[in-house]
Structures are given as C-alpha cells and as structure tokens.
Write a protein of this length. Sequence first.
Length: 212
Amino acid sequence: MRYIPKVDMPDCFENHNFSPAHNWNRFRNPCKREVKKNILKDEQQWLCAYCEIKVDIDNSHIEHIKPKSNPNYENLKFDYSNFIVSCNGKECRVDAENYDEDIHSCGHKKDNTFDENKFLDPTITSDIGKYFVYDKLNGAIKSSSKDEQKSRYMIDILNLDNVSLNKMRMNVVDGIRKSIETLPNKKEILIDKVTSANPPAFVSFVRYYYGL
C-alpha cells in the first residue's frame, strides 16, 4: 500500500450539495463516473488504493474508507475526503477462476469492517508503505516491525496476501526484469517507471523488490 494525497473534488460533485440524509444510490452517472476518474487519474494513478492492481473506471468502485452504512460514519457518506477507488476483487484477477478464496478482496472484502484504532488510512498515513514488507520469492505481503497489529489487520480485512495477488506481483516484476535485463541503465529506467504518472501495477512491491 502507498500514501494517496487527496486533491480537489470535481465541480460536478461540489455542486451536488448532498447531505448525509440522502441515499447513496441517488449519486449517479455522469458525475459519479467523473468522481472515479478524478480519483484514479489525479490521486491513484489508475491503481487500486489497496492492492495496487491496475484498474479503470469500469472495473472499480468508489470505496468509503469509513463505511457509509456504519451509523458512526453516516455523516461522511458524501464526504469527498472519505472516498478512494478500489478494484472489484475477483473480476480484476488473472486466472481468478482458479482461486475461490479470492472472490472477495480489497474494498469488497473489507465491506463494513472498520476498526478506527487499527485501520491505516492511505489518504492520511503518509508512511503507510513502511508498515509492510514482501517475500521476494513468492510476492507475499507481510507485516513489518513498525506496527504488526495494524499491518496484519489491513492484510487480513483486505485479503491482500492471497495466491492470486501474490502470483500477479511476481508476474509484474518478472516482466519488468525481462524488459530491462539487457539495458545498461537499469536503475534509471526503474526509477522512471515507479515515479512516472503511469506507474506499474503493484508499484510498492516493485520498489521493495528492486530496493528503490
């Protein structure tokens, strides 16, 4: 996971003037689509906020960090600062039909689970990447020593350590390695890739794998 600084909301949403009493289903396209585009393009660089798989407007959903159906956070239902974009779980996975346990992950796995004392908000926790480490042999995500309780909580409620995601992380670094292995300026190319406006999927794992 990585830090996601928020930007200004699109005009269409600012002009909607929603109140917490409104039903979320009233928020429809085209503005809903514009909100997703704004977040994906300008905040998340077309990566899922949780697992960092590549997503687009059609295979993702607006995720309420603090669940909209939880009475404690009903006032944040239309709060733009409470929005990120998450993948849709299984349908975003490669060979997902082979991994039944991956039906739910990221926002769909989290659902209404939310412990404010353990949840690492990627829009607030600027050093969120330091809470996790990875196994370079199989792509598994693990807790670092920074705060094992919080990082383990995030891995579990989002199902980030599963066979499909781990395999996909390894596929990405394998693809990058093959594309640059004969080039003399590998380090510079890698830095350009992970810092560009279009970073690779699983960019946090790529950084960790290559020590960037």
